[in-house]
Ligand binder design. Structure first.
Ligand SMILES: [Mn+2]
Length: 424
């Protein structure tokens, strides 16, 4: 973790400027009838979970170029996640991936407590073969033609629930790579029926206070067809399984130009929006930093979420899901957490009564202007002040760089070599 006096020193240099910017923004928002303190309070309460796998350097299908100080295992990952939370105060929880993060639950819990984190949704992995598993997932997992392979995948998911229960998690996210690479390779209907049957067995093992999230993805690793390829199939699954089943929306899992915010609105309307994996993309499932390519789309998603805040029982889980190839993963995750917070704050600024009025009057120009007014507002002073008041850094990246954390862990953690491909 980072010495708090270093954070204070970093903040001291930026405090006068922040106070002036915050006061000026407060005055500006006041003229628009918005109470800056109320927005700041909501932003301060907002958190997005960090994926444990995000703190290691990612890779492409071609290569992986490890950075200095790569985490050696889950306990190093929790240290890095703790630093992200310490500086941003926007990432209070971590999402684990089993078996990558498998460790004695008591040790996971005590380490998380030590670094000030809790556990978000559990993630199962039936898209890779593990060294000691009897059945291969080469031709699928939950939808495999072989019953014993499906059973193995079901049991793995039940184990994820069991581990999650002992560390305070309340949700399981399932993503499978099942699909096909050639027309005719699979029978779409029989494959989906096998998937549903297996997923029902997982659902049956869900504790009463847990939620099950299924994640759709258009393609990859299967390139002709994918079992859970879009939000329509995902909705059917959640509907078939029951009240504890919901759809998880990963922003990168759609075709380019798909109207994701509208998908979000539809899932909200029918009570099946479970949560998000935030990231950004230009072409496919690029897993780029959230808000790095299309911050307006991120804002439009949050516009739907803020619009739905008053819906009874509406409580989607928010998580980052990214792969960092050319940046320090800690810096990317801090930046992305702040981008998510920024989109939330901007969406909170939208005058919803005025927007509804313009919509009903078919005044397209003024309606869209209401959204733009929120998006154009520089809310950075609100985010920075919320961080400062919670003990975080006004400028997390600057404080992180000044702390020398990466150099310190690089000395402790052995350098990783090897240039294999794969996103892990
Ligand atoms: Mn995802």
């Amino acid at each position: 973790m980072i010495d708090t006096t270093l954070i204070e020193q970093s903040n001291d240099g930026a405090l006068a400027r922040l106070k002036a910017d915050y006061a000026a923004l407060g005055e500006h928002l006041d003229r628009r009838g918005i109470d800056i303190a109320a927005i700041k309070a909501k932003v301060a309460r907002y958190g997005v979970a960090v994926p444990s796998w995000g703190v290691g350097t990612g890779g492409t299908r071609f290569a992986r170029f490890p950075g200095p100080g790569e985490p050696r295992g889950i306990f190093d990952k929790l240290d890095d996640c703790g630093v992200i939370q310490q500086l941003t105060r926007a990432t209070p929880s971590v999402s684990l991936h089993i078996p990558w993060d498998k460790a004695p639950p008591a040790d996971l819990s005590s380490k998380a407590e030590e670094v000030g984190l809790t556990f978000d949704a559990m993630n199962s992995n039936t898209f890779q073969d593990q060294p000691d598993q009897p059945h291969s997932y080469k031709f699928g997992s939950l939808s495999h033609t072989d019953a014993a392979t499906r059973r193995q995948a079901v049991e793995h998911n039940l184990e994820c629930i069991e581990i999650g229960q002992s560390i305070g998690s309340k949700a399981l996210t399932i993503w499978v790579g099942d699909g096909s690479n050639f027309p005719g390779q699979v029978d779409f209907t029989r494959q989906f029926d096998r998937y549903l049957d297996a997923t029902r067995q997982i659902y049956a093992g869900l504790p009463p206070d847990w939620r099950l999230f299924t994640e759709h993805k258009m393609y990859e690793p299967a390139f002709y067809s994918t079992v859970v390829q879009d939000w329509g199939t995902n909705y059917l699954i959640a509907k078939e399984l029951g009240d504890q089943a919901f759809c998880l929306v990963d922003l990168g899992h759609h075709a380019p130009n798909v109207n994701i915010e509208m998908i979000v609105a539809r899932l909200i309307r029918f009570g099946k929006l479970g949560g998000f994996h935030f990231n950004d993309s230009k072409y496919g499932d690029d897993d780029l930093d959230t808000g790095s390519i299309d911050p307006y789309r991120l804002f439009l998603v949050f516009n739907e979420l803020v619009q739905a805040e008053s819906v009874a029982g509406f409580d989607p889980m928010h998580m980052l899901d990214q792969s960092h190839n050319v940046t320090d993963p800690i810096e990317s995750l801090m930046g992305s957490a702040m981008e998510v917070q920024r989109a939330y704050a901007q969406a909170l600024l939208v005058d919803r009564a005025a927007l509804a009025g313009f919509q009903d009057a078919n005044d397209a120009l003024m309606a869209t202007s209401m959204l733009k007014a929120g998006f154009r507002t520089d809310v950075e002073p609100i985010l920075a002040m919320a961080r400062l008041e919670q003990g975080g850094a006004i400028d997390p990246v600057q404080a992180y760089r000044q702390s020398g954390y990466r150099a310190r862990i690089s000395a402790e953690r052995p350098a990783v070599t090897g240039a294999g491909g794969g996103i892990v």
